[in-house]
Design a protein. Structure first.
Length: 234
């Protein structure tokens, strides 16, 4: 089983849990993953599964398929791969990490911050109801104030914007500083800030993407937080 989370301008626009042997990606409704936008071809790409290995193929699209920052015609899919098609970012989560047909690529530059594009209706599919996603929480400290934030949503935003679940005040704090994405494999921290030192994990810059582990210490500009598995204590 493979899970795909689609985002556009840092907003989640679709989430699919799919199985083999073939999953189409494109603009038209006959694709299992439909992203109805003119930046995509009618049949842009496909994911195929053979003997437990997933492979991504470009179906001759005009704008191409990028995996972890590099254009690919064919790519053996790994857990955590980031696929960019047009202005859409597709995060890949494998229920069980399977050996890929080809090694993954570690060059992640150029895929987090995407420009604007024409936004048309999306096909959004919910996960099967029987799937249980993990629960975690943040213990947040800002000055002398301490609080706990439950991570029970698929996406939790950190930043200065009014809609952020973890809101940080300050003139230099981006509206969207970071996001925490929940998948069946756990929680992933994505750095949305143009400044590397704005998002720090365990004393080191978190990079563009980092899988969170129980007890990780986060520095989010002026706010300190600690990531913990499980719901917040009563």
């Amino acid at each position: 089983m493979l899970e795909v989370v689609a985002t556009l301008r840092n907003e989640v626009v679709g989430r699919w849990a799919v199985g083999g042997p073939r999953v189409g990606i494109g603009r038209t409704p006959d694709n299992a993953i439909q992203l109805n936008n003119m930046a995509l071809s009618r049949h842009h790409a496909e994911l195929t599964c053979a003997e437990g290995c997933w492979t991504l193929r470009d179906l001759g699209s005009r704008n191409g398929v990028f995996v972890n920052g590099k254009r690919r015609v064919q790519h053996g899919v790994n857990d955590g791969d980031v696929i960019v098609i047009g202005k859409f970012r597709l995060d890949v989560i494998l229920k069980q990490a399977a050996p890929s047909a080809r090694p993954g690529v570690d060059d992640l530059e150029g895929f987090v911050r995407q420009g604007k594009t024409l936004s048309l209706p999306y096909a959004v599919q919910a996960l099967e109801p029987e799937l249980e996603l993990p629960v975690a929480h943040l213990r947040v400290r800002s000055g002398t104030r301490v609080g706990r934030i439950s991570l029970q949503r698929d996406v939790v935003y950190v930043g200065s914007a009014a809609g952020c679940e973890v809101r940080i005040y300050g003139l230099r704090v981006p509206k969207r500083l970071a996001m925490i994405v929940r998948g069946r494999a756990g929680f992933t921290l994505l750095n949305l800030s143009p400044r590397e030192r704005d998002v720090v994990c365990n004393g080191q810059p978190a990079g563009l993407r980092r899988r969170l582990e129980d007890g990780d210490r986060l520095e989010l500009t002026t706010v300190n937080a600690r990531f913990h598995d499980g719901p917040p204590p009563c």
